[in-house]
Design a protein. Structure first.
Lengths: 872, 104
């Protein structure tokens, strides 16, 4: 205890005034020398000789001092501080090297961090509720065990009431309804307004961050109150606290804001689709369309253990409410959407993470190479330090600390870089995609991300500094002190290792550059591809007729043609027709008449007789819909030429019959038109276009396609006004230019994002490869300075030396280029040409950058050696 | 002759147990005590002395040497004395055991 205190005090004292401890140590050594010399003198040795002998006998004062420093208390800390200071000084002395290394590591770690941040938010972050594993929804499994097995999601409110009473199973059950757009009069925009039962937040274990939640009484009395989302609070109210108490006019009724939900509640309890505000939901009285139940299992009850209890309850429920078809209950975790996403996209994310890790590892190897190259240039300095008593461990630690310092700086850069990239990536994402991906958690740099980055930085520090430290610290004093460069040059296996590394890097870089090029080409093709219709000046708009006067099919058909006449009469409208906007389709499965199974997926659109001339979709065979196709005539359909080629490879499709759903009558194909690009043509899912006659399907909902040569926004506004004047009861929605719809659907945004990412990786890999070639070359030239000098002295020309160095460097690079270029086996001759051109660019960029500097070094070596030769 | 690990500390403590000594003095005293068998070089002496001081078994003061040179003198502390007794006992047991082992 006592001794420990003494040690601590002496350590503190020395840390407090290191200079004094050093001075005393020095004086003690000198005293020892003096006393020893005095001893020799008294034995009759002359003074000078006595001092010489004393020095010889001590055998290196500095070395003695160094070993004393090693045993002193706090020696570790003391040396660490001095090593740190020394490392920073060394790095400051070579700013270009330091900046290059720190930036390389920063980008490498940064890209990893960004990918991990997204992965964390999408796949790893738990639902931000209390014990989310207890939260479930109930579905009905029908016809279990048969080929017609299916599951119905969503239960009636009466049934929910019965489930709620099963106290052995659930702690509570609440309901939310998804958002519906309501016009917000004060701001002239739509708000997506959902509904909640009063107890839902408490069931999830959250509460409003500002204000309060509405009470069950308020919901019961239909009090005009609502709570808003964090996103709306930020977007429309700048997070002002006085938003509580504010009145909003939504769809004509005045509602008072009483609270703001936390950010974690942005998208409802488990599903996606952003909701801006919530009103009260009366279970049992409000319509149940679009509702989701949330049950909380009793604490400690697992899904498996709950299943038999649920089945028992289900039997009781079916006794009370005999169903049209018997069912068994299914309990879903409300996080199941994300589980599906984990399965679908988990692998993709992992691959992305692996790819970025590979780039980072290559970067580490390079930096190790760079450090080695630099340590080679410092052999003399290191040898001097070793001669002054620095142990091998000490030297290794010194170099290790340099590696750690740059890695930590790199880690800091990485965090800055990652927070910036995430903003950019999220901004590049189409809103629908980002809302889906980040429905649970926004991509934040939370503790998990920070831990990951810290760990990564530690690994990087070890990888990039350990090897050079071990190698560089093992110094043989005499040759190093004698001339500072080895005669024999670099060892064979070391050169092999370096060269292999280089080849791999060049291959990696080339593959990524090629991938970026291919993505770019296909994106360009996609953007310039004929979409199958003419999007220029094409707009769309939907209406919903009021239920009262338009309940009957006849009235609906009549209203549709009246509305179309109104639209056509608006100034600026060239052409107008009834039918779906090209990107918005319904899904169906093609089952040929008489066949049992579906042979293709269908993208279904409604169209009238003027639809194809308005959208400019060409007719290939048969006829368009006509005035004779009515609700009483034979049901007809038109397919596109892709469908005709795939589904009727050897016969004419005209007159053939099929079904797109088991619940509809058979349709007869009357025509074939050109294929229109679907919104999802980049996803790889292949759906064939099919058109139904609008005149054969009565509905209160109608969509128009409208062509103009004027200003789209102006014409859309006039059309809207004209329709509202014609029938004040209608609701107009989804008015937009068709091209803009494609944009919003993210048809092109997703590939653009991928292109940006792949491009970034390619640039990084290229930079890494360049750094690698540079590092190896610099090292090799440093090691061979003497050999080069000898060659020059023996009459080699400057050009010859340059050729020697460049040829050596080009070998691994060219092997890499050949391997990398052949990595795409299916490329045709012209695309191989593109490869060749890209490869040339790569050679130039890598070699011009990296070889200039080592060449300069070779020439310096030359002059130095030449002067040595001439002077001797 | 090379010193056994740990015996240097014992010898240093023994050397200063009869009065304070400077670095060279300790070296000379050990030389004399062992009849010239051990010659402790400064490279091993000083790290050991510093370590013993850190342990609290030695204290140091700056004083004047026999030929008027300012030098650092080391003296044994009470804890050092206890440690010395302890180590002497251990050593005696070890030496007896070794002797017995080698005789039989």
């Amino acid at each position: 205890m006592m001794t420990r205190l003494v040690r601590l005090l002496s350590a503190l004292r020395r840390l407090w005034s290191p200079a004094r401890a050093e001075r005393e140590l020095n004086e003690e050594m000198l005293a020892y020398l003096d006393l020893l010399a005095a001893e020799y003198e008294s034995a009759g040795v002359p003074p000078d000789e006595a001092r010489r002998r004393a020095r010889l006998s001590v055998g290196g004062i500095e070395s003695v001092k160094e070993s004393v420093r090693d045993v002193r208390a706090g020696a570790m800390v003391e040396q660490l501080v001095s090593d740190l200071r020394y490392a920073l000084r060394t790095l400051r002395r070579t700013p270009a090297f330091a900046v290059a290394v720190v930036l390389t590591l920063g980008f490498g770690i940064g890209v990893n961090t960004s990918v991990f941040t997204v992965l964390n938010a999408v796949l790893l972050a738990p639902l931000p509720y209390e014990r989310p594993e207890e939260l479930v929804d109930i579905g009905h499994r029908l016809r279990a065990g048969t080929a017609m097995e299916g599951t119905a999601i969503g239960i009636s409110s009466a049934e929910r009431g019965l489930w709620r009473e099963a106290a052995a199973l659930f702690q509570g059950a609440e309901v939310s309804r998804r958002g519906v757009p309501l016009a917000w009069r004060e701001r002239d925009v739509d708000l997506s307004v959902g509904a909640l039962t009063a107890g839902l937040p408490a069931l999830l274990g959250i509460e409003p961050q500002v204000g309060r939640m509405f009470t069950a009484q308020e919901v019961e009395m239909r009090a005009p109150v609502l709570v808003i989302s964090d996103a709306l609070w930020a977007r429309a109210f700048d997070r002002e606290l006085n938003v509580v108490g504010l009145d909003l006019t939504l769809a004509g009724s005045k509602l008072t804001v009483i609270g703001v939900m936390p950010a974690s509640f942005r998208y409802g309890p488990g599903g996606s689709g952003s909701v801006d505000a919530w009103v009260g939901f009366q279970d049992g009285r409000d319509p149940s369309a679009g509702t989701t139940s949330v049950f909380r299992l009793r604490t400690g009850l697992t899904l498996v253990a709950a299943q038999p209890l649920a089945e028992e309850t289900a039997r009781r429920i079916q006794d009370v409410h005999p169903p049209s078809e018997p069912w068994t209950p299914v309990l879903y975790p409300i996080d199941s959407e994300r589980s599906a996403m984990r399965e679908n996209q988990g692998t993709a994310f992992m691959l992305l993470l692996l790819a970025t890790t590979a780039v980072l590892l290559a970067a580490c190897a390079n930096i190790a190479n760079l450090f080695s190259a630099r340590n080679a240039g410092r052999r003399h300095e290191l040898a001097v330090r070793a001669a002054l008593g620095a142990t091998r461990l000490r030297l290794a630690r010194l170099m290790l600390i340099e590696g750690i310092v740059v890695s930590i700086l790199g880690g800091v850069i990485a965090l800055l870089f990652a927070s910036w990239t995430i903003d950019v990536v999220v901004a590049l994402m189409p809103t629908r995609l980002s809302a889906g991906l980040f429905s649970v958690s926004a991509p934040d740099m939370n503790w998990r991300v920070l831990t990951y980055t810290a760990l990564l930085t530690a690994v990087v520090a070890t990888l990039s500094a350990l090897w050079p430290a071990v190698r560089g610290s093992g110094i043989t004093l005499r040759p190093a002190l004698a001339d500072g460069s080895a005669v024999a040059g670099v060892s064979r296996e070391r050169r092999h290792l370096s060269a292999t590394l280089q080849t791999i890097q060049v291959v990696l870089a080339l593959v990524l550059v090629t991938a970026a090029g291919l993505f770019g080409t296909s994106l360009f093709r996609m953007l310039t591809v004929d979409p199958g219709f003419d999007p220029q000046g094409l707009m769309t708009l939907s209406i919903e007729l009021p239920a009262g006067p338009y309940a009957k099919a006849d009235a609906q058909h009549l209203a549709a043609s009246d509305a179309l006449r109104v639209v056509r009469s608006v100034p600026g409208v060239q052409l107008a027709a009834l039918g779906n906007s090209p990107p918005s389709t319904l899904s169906g499965r093609f089952v040929r008449s008489g066949a049992k199974d579906a042979t293709g997926s269908l993208a279904i659109r409604y169209a009238d007789d003027a639809y194809f001339t308005t959208t400019r979709v060409p007719l290939r065979a048969g006829r368009w819909f006509g005035p004779d196709d009515t609700s009483t005539s034979m049901p007809v359909a038109i397919i596109d030429d892709a469908a005709a080629a795939a589904l009727f490879p050897s016969e004419s499709p005209i007159g053939q019959r099929f079904k797109y759903s088991p619940y509809v009558p058979e349709l007869t194909i009357i025509g074939v038109v050109g294929a229109v690009a679907a919104s999802d043509f980049n996803t790889g899912s292949r759906r064939f276009g099919m058109y139904l006659a609008k005149s054969q399907a009565a509905s209160r909902f109608h969509t128009f396609v409208i062509r103009t040569d004027g200003d789209e926004a102006v014409v859309l506004r006039s059309v809207r006004t004209a329709l509202e004047t014609w029938e004040p009861g209608i609701k107009v929605s989804r008015a937009a230019a068709v091209a803009q719809q494609y944009e919003e659907l993210g048809t092109f945004a997703a590939p653009r994002l991928v292109l940006a990412l792949v491009g970034l990786f390619a640039a990084m890999a290229l930079a890494t490869a360049a750094v690698g070639v540079y590092g190896m070359l610099a090292y090799a030239v440093g090691q061979r300075a003497r050999e080069i000098g000898v060659r020059l002295a023996l009459g080699s020309s400057t050009r010859g030396i340059r050729r020697l160095v460049v040829t050596d460097a080009l070998k691994p690079v060219s092997v890499g280029l050949i391997v990398g270029a052949s990595s795409r086996s299916d490329s045709g001759p012209e695309s191989r040409m593109t490869h060749a051109r890209r490869a040339c660019c790569l050679i130039q960029s890598v070699n011009v950058d990296s070889e200039w500097e080592p060449d300069a070094r070779a020439m310096t070596a030359v002059t130095t050696s030449a002067s040595v030769v001439s002077s001797s | 002759m090379d010193l056994l690990q740990g015996t240097l500390d014992l010898l240093i403590l023994r050397a200063v147990s009869t009065g304070q000594l400077h670095g060279l003095g300790i070296s000379r005293r050990i030389h004399q005590m062992t009849s010239g068998t051990f010659d402790v070089k400064p490279g091993s002496l000083f790290p050991a002395v510093y370590r013993l001081e850190e342990q609290g078994w030695l204290t140091s003061t700056w004083g004047e040497s026999e030929n008027k040179r300012r030098a650092k003198f080391y003296a044994i502390t009470a804890a050092g004395r206890r440690q010395l007794q302890q180590e002497v006992k251990t050593w005696a047991r070890l030496a007896a055991a070794m002797a017995q082992a080698l005789e039989s």
